[in-house]
Design a protein around this ligand. Structure first.
Ligand code: TXE
Length: 498
């Protein structure tokens, strides 16, 4: 199949962005590839410790010396609205850059990722117009006020699976509450965020938002270990998250961790069958299957199991895998060669472990060098299978039957993760019982992926630490300060006057 040519030309060299100026890092040059063709399309210049240090100094200066943290709420709201507008004004270019590095489908990037990216700025603009403090009156004549102040300089570490949508949540939240930030995108997907930071530099005062580039264990770990950082907001894998948090712990830097998942998508015979089938397919195959909230373990009540699985396979075979630039494409290429090979290795592993491969499991021949694979599903021997316990992070579903609510609860919760759960049923007692029993931060009932930004989002167990969302972000990105004062002069004990 011939692929459309992405007409966007990324810069030959992707540089960092410090104090509202492009900066050439001192580290290695790293190739960046287009997942649809496997071709190298640009070079990323890695930032070393001195470059990270410059970015931290720039953010610290902006925080300490400029008016950003003291800026009036009205002005900050105006600026956040301008950030939103600049995303919408540059939607096509940002979308094509996002597609070029991630392989995500252009239609989805434009229709969802960029709309969300723009909305993240509007959401926090609206949120800060209503933030509140606390006040306690004391009968002995004291008044105590609780202020929320910006936390300081924030390190933002973003993943490759939805760079713009996920990083803008962190950028918008941190600057809305008066902080200055340093963003480190994934080294695999640097284009769209580099472009966005350059666009925002025309709107934000110098130093408020800086960008450093490079590999996680190099640039990322320098950022985490830097003593000038007051918070780390991280989205990525659980293994990486654990090491980031251990490093941050040496400086007692608070972390917000959005980590992996192995979410159960639980389908009861009492569900609206067709909606549950559509929902199960969306749950595992959208975003090329690469999302922490994927419904990757599909638990189906025994009564409808055979029919459900057969129809799921039939639909999977019809899925259009292909060119991310074409409108009809439903699954594009996997983000990197290494990641595609890892996902496919789970198909071999499943067969060795005694699971049954139902559909897919191979590289797709859409393009000789592109990272395309067939959407895949297996019938797991049990929930103990590795395909049910490890986050595969691709278009790869595992099916498990269950007989009762109790059994579904036991299987669903039998994992190290606890990000989201999906429940499909029209029986209210089942919905309530299951929702309350799930050991996950989010439960979606009869709907896939309904993210309300005012509500907390994050995981139980190894799926994360802290939450993102309106009030959760306010708590994370601010420090509380308690100020107590007497309402009128009080009689004080007079030490040394006896
Ligand atoms: O992500 P990493 P990877 C899961 C998914 C995937 C696995 C590994 O299962 O297969 O993680 O993916 C930076 N100090 N998710 O290796 O390593 C890194 O440069 C500081 C879930 O690509 O977690 C990138 O910017 N930073 C997920 C970011 O961390 C470090 C999204 C994420 O990279 C670092 C992505 C270090 N020592 C993968 N090491 C989700 N929750 O949505 C790496 N980084």
């Amino acid at each position: 199949m011939s692929l459309l040519l992405n007409p966007i030309e990324p810069p030959k060299l992707i540089k960092s962005w410090i104090n509202n100026d492009a900066a050439h890092g001192s580290g290695r040059e790293l190739p960046v590839f287009y997942p649809a063709t496997g071709e190298q399309v640009s070079i990323l210049v890695e930032d070393g410790p001195e470059d990270v240090n410059k970015a931290v100094i720039s953010a610290r200066k902006a925080f300490d010396n400029t008016s950003w943290s003291k800026q009036s709420i009205e002005k900050r709201i105006e600026i956040l609205e301008s950030c939103r507008k600049v995303i919408l004004d540059n939607l096509d270019e940002l979308a094509r850059l996002e597609c070029l590095a991630t392989g995500l489908i252009l239609r989805e990037i434009k229709g969802f990722h960029l709309q969300r990216a723009a909305y993240n700025f509007r959401f926090f603009a609206q949120y800060i117009s209503q933030t509140h403090g606390e006040r306690f009156d004391n009968t002995e004549g004291y008044l105590t006020l609780v202020n929320r102040e910006p936390a300081g300089v924030i390190g933002l570490i973003a993943p490759w699976n939805a760079p713009l949508a996920l990083a803008t949540m962190k950028i918008a939240a941190s600057i809305a509450f008066g902080n200055c930030a340093i963003l480190k995108p994934s080294e695999q997907t640097p284009f769209s965020l580099a472009k966005l930071v350059s666009l925002l530099s025309n709107i934000l005062p110098p130093g408020v938002l800086n960008l450093v580039n490079g590999r996680g264990p190099v640039t990322g770990s320098h950022l985490v270990a830097h003593p000038g950082i007051d918070r780390i907001s991280f989205t990525g894998g659980t293994v990486t998250g654990r090491s980031v948090m251990m490093e941050a712990g040496k400086q007692l830097t608070p972390c917000s961790m959005e980590l992996g998942g192995k979410s159960a998508n639980i389908i009861f015979s009492s569900a609206d069958y067709q909606r549950a089938l559509d929902g199960a397919l969306i749950g595992i195959y959208s975003n090329n299957g690469q999302q922490c909230l994927a419904g990757s373990r599909i638990l189906v009540e025994e009564k409808i199991f055979d029919q459900f699985v057969a129809e799921f396979i039939e639909r999977t075979k019809q899925i259009v895998v292909g060119d991310p630039l074409k409108d009809e494409t439903e699954i594009g290429p996997i983000a990197s060669k290494r990641h595609m090979e890892r996902i496919l290795s789970f198909a071999d592993l499943a067969v060795k472990d005694g699971d049954k491969l139902l559909v897919g499991g191979h590289k797709s021949d859409i393009h000789e060098k592109g990272y395309f694979m067939e959407p895949t599903a297996v019938l797991a021997k049990s929930n103990k299978s590795r395909v049910c316990q490890e986050e595969i992070f691709g278009p790869f579903a595992s099916f498990i039957p269950f007989r009762s609510e109790d059994e579904a609860i036991e299987i669903a919760n039998d994992t190290e993760f606890g990000l989201v759960s999906y429940i499909w049923s029209d029986h209210m007692p089942t919905i309530m019982n299951m929702s309350e029993a799930m050991r996950s931060g989010v439960v979606w009932v009869n709907t896939p992926m309904m993210r309300e930004l005012r509500a907390p989002f994050g995981g139980f167990k190894n799926s994360g630490v802290a939450r993102e969302g309106g009030y959760s972000c306010e708590q994370f990105y601010t420090e509380e300060k308690t100020i107590s004062l007497p309402k009128s002069p009080l009689n004080l004990i007079k030490f040394g006057s006896r």
